[in-house]
Design a protein around this ligand. Structure first.
Ligand code: SAH
Length: 394
């Protein structure tokens, strides 16, 4: 029998609207003494069943994976993973000839809160963000070859940095299925090639979520002088290199600029149109003239928690004001925020204030978000984390 959670009166409302998180303040009582990561069943104050999920002692007490009674066994998770796969086949993402890097499981967006699985060719890189999924990592990894119809032949678990520290699980990264101990591979995205290092790289190795924005950029970079700030693997730089006059990549990490150089070389050889700079984005922009007519700002999440929201908004204002001020007339600014706690409205307002401070005429040419393999669960607005604006600056 799973442990049971009874909610305070009225707190069942959000569960009835399929929100997958139960905050600790909503819990009236806990019975069965669950440990972190255990499966629990959630009941309303009047003892009606509501949901099943994983227990955690933090501010989010339960992450729900089912709103109907279930036994969360191998068959249950196999079905969920197959649904995630089928969704990506339907969306035209899995099985595309020129793209073998995509996300198979996006947490709440796929009804599996706490689990991320990214596909790099034949290797799946998984991250458990909860003890619940970490406990069943072997089972999940074992299912991936089967649910992908044999596409996945190796599964690398990279949960060391994503599990809650307090859970004291002592995870270590490594292959759970197949693999020859390789630290990474070369993947294709829309025909462009990228070296991915899942062992040492950020997240699972590549920012897959910017695929559609990178495509959009490639369609707007023709003949332009492009500055890619916070470039990491040089994703945007590679797309821009297809037609730009010059492309400069900036990142404060030397490992990142080396990877960007390597990826440009992988696609375009030693092309003098590209240069990279290992330096701080703010000081680079403060020191530059009006040299560029396309700037990309894709910074790391400025706010990881609600408490840092104001500081983050200030960061976006400063950064965008610098870029809007320094871009050449007729320039395009691709600006992004991947902070979950910063809403689309917050972000747009920050950029609006930045633009107003420069006094330049600015138009929104396009608004971007997450690609279909990072789906937003409509009942969980928090899963919409990536926001982008493409601005035309006179
Ligand atoms: N645009 C990338 C992802 C960016 S991730 C892509 O499409 O793949 C954010 C990057 O910002 C990281 O590589 C990090 O090293 C870099 N970074 C963080 N703080 C920085 C700073 N102050 N100046 C320059 N780069 C910074």
């Amino acid at each position: 029998m799973p442990a049971t959670i009874i909610l305070k009166k009225g707190k069942e409302q959000s569960v009835r609207r399929y929100h997958p998180w139960i905050f600790s303040g909503a819990v009236a009582s806990v019975s069965g003494n669950p440990a972190e990561g255990d499966v629990v069943e959630v009941f309303a104050w009047d003892k009606t069943y509501l949901a099943t999920g994983h227990w955690a002692p933090g501010s989010i007490a339960v992450r729900i994976f089912s709103f109907v009674k279930c036994s969360p066994d191998r068959e249950f998770f196999s079905k969920r993973l197959k649904e995630a796969m089928q969704y990506r086949v339907n969306a035209g993402i899995a099985g595309k000839a020129d793209t073998n890097v995509w996300r198979l499981v996006h947490g709440e967006g796929d009804g599996l809160p706490g689990l991320v699985v990214d596909i790099y060719g034949n290797v799946a890189v998984m991250q458990a963000h909860t003890a619940g999924f970490w406990h069943i990592r072997e089972m999940i990894a074992g299912l991936l070859p089967e649910v992908t119809g044999g596409l996945v032949t190796a599964v690398y678990d990279k949960s060391e940095g994503t599990l809650p520290f307090m859970a004291k699980l002592n995870p270590s990264n490594g292959f759970l299925v197949g693999g020859n101990g390789e630290p990474g591979t070369v993947v294709s995205e829309n025909g462009y090639r990228f070296r991915v290092d899942w062992e040492k790289g950020q997240k699972t190795g590549f920012f897959i979520d910017q695929r559609d924005s990178r495509s959009l950029l490639g369609r707007h970079s023709n003949g332009r002088r492009v500055l890619n700030m916070f470039g990491y693997t040089g994703g945007f730089s590679v797309y821009a290199m297809s037609n730009a006059e010059l492309v400069h990549t900036v990142d404060s990490s030397a490992a990142a600029t080396a990877l960007a150089d390597e990826n440009v070389k992988l696609n375009f050889g030693d092309d003098p149109r590209h240069r990279s700079f290992t330096t701080d984005a703010f000081s680079f922009m403060a020191g530059m003239e009006r040299e560029y007519d396309l700037i990309i700002l894709d910074p790391p999440a400025f706010a990881k928690h609600q408490t840092a929201l104001n500081q983050a908004l200030q960061g976006y204002r400063r950064l965008n004001a610098l870029a809007i001020q320094k871009i050449r007339p007729g320039g395009l600014l691709f600006t992004f925020s991947c902070s979950q706690v910063v809403s689309r409205d917050d972000f747009r307002r920050s950029v609006f204030v930045a633009a107003a401070n420069t006094g330049r005429n600015v138009r929104i040419l396009s608004q971007t978000g997450q690609p279909a393999d990072h789906p937003v669960n409509i009942y969980h607005p928090e899963s919409e984390y990536l926001k982008g604006l493409v601005l035309f600056i006179e």
